[in-house]
Design a protein around this ligand. Structure first.
Ligand SMILES: [Zn+2]
Length: 244
């Protein structure tokens, strides 16, 4: 049952025939693990927390730098030098104090990610590197937790939702051996709007998947913001993939 405050706070989305009070109740039970709190992670966390999930756990090891502010809209000038997860937690609680926010300053790798997986409904990749995207996909498949993975560069982005056992995974489409690992220290070009849109789409995917609405399972959405094209490519589970 929604409280009186919840009915007011979420009244505009409850009006949606695709959500309603029952959909809002379902959203209020959703737990999400968010990997990365940068350009994708900022709008992702803000829209998801605003929409009223149960719990968001954010893991990120960075501090805010001046060059982040062009796209990482959770942060402001006076927070340069401070840990992102601490600021993200404060800002998100200010937005919606009814959502439980767990914030951990830690580098995400194969070992450290394990302790955050328990009871999660979704793992969402908001990282800036391919190694982490493959790792999120791998733990998603291994632990049968749904995931959303997005990537961006310049004016371009792509996003996929993985429902392990049912749909194709990130590695069905991208191979760790053929993709060039982003180990170079050279930053990629990026216009801030690109992670703004793709991070927002990641929040949309979590919401729609949780509600059983049409989503990006077995589909890769490719976004080109130069010519404003959004192309959905149908994808299939690969027989020799880790998910099969
Ligand atoms: Zn696969």
């Amino acid at each position: 049952m929604l409280t009186k405050d919840q009915k007011i706070r979420y009244s505009r989305q409850i009006l949606s025939p695709s959500i309603g009070e029952s959909g809002q109740e379902r959203l209020s039970e959703v737990k999400v693990l968010q990997i990365g709190a940068g350009g994708l992670g900022s709008p992702f966390a803000m829209y998801l927390v605003a929409a009223g999930i149960k719990e968001l756990t954010i893991v990120d090891n960075d501090v805010v730098s001046l060059s982040n502010l062009q796209r990482q809209v959770l942060y402001s000038e006076r927070q340069v030098g401070k840990p992102k997860v601490d600021i993200a937690r404060d800002t998100l609680l200010g937005l919606n104090s009814t959502v439980k926010i767990n914030a951990h300053k830690e580098y995400v790798d194969e070992n450290s990610i394990q302790k955050y997986l328990k009871d999660q409904d979704f793992i969402v990749d908001c990282s800036d590197n391919l190694n982490t995207k493959f790792l999120v996909n791998q733990v998603s498949v291994e632990h049968n937790i749904k995931s959303v993975i997005a990537g961006i560069k310049d004016f371009y982005g792509q996003i996929i939702t993985v429902n392990p056992k049912k749909s194709a995974c990130y590695q069905c489409v991208f191979s760790p051996s053929t993709e060039t690992p982003n180990i170079s220290a050279d930053p990629l070009p990026v216009i801030g709007v690109t992670p703004g849109i793709l991070g927002t789409l990641e929040a949309l995917e979590v919401i729609k998947t949780a509600l059983g609405l049409p989503n990006l399972e077995n589909k890769l959405l490719m976004v080109n913001l130069l010519d404003l094209s959004f192309n959905v490519v149908e994808i299939e589970k690969a027989d020799d993939c880790i998910c099969s």
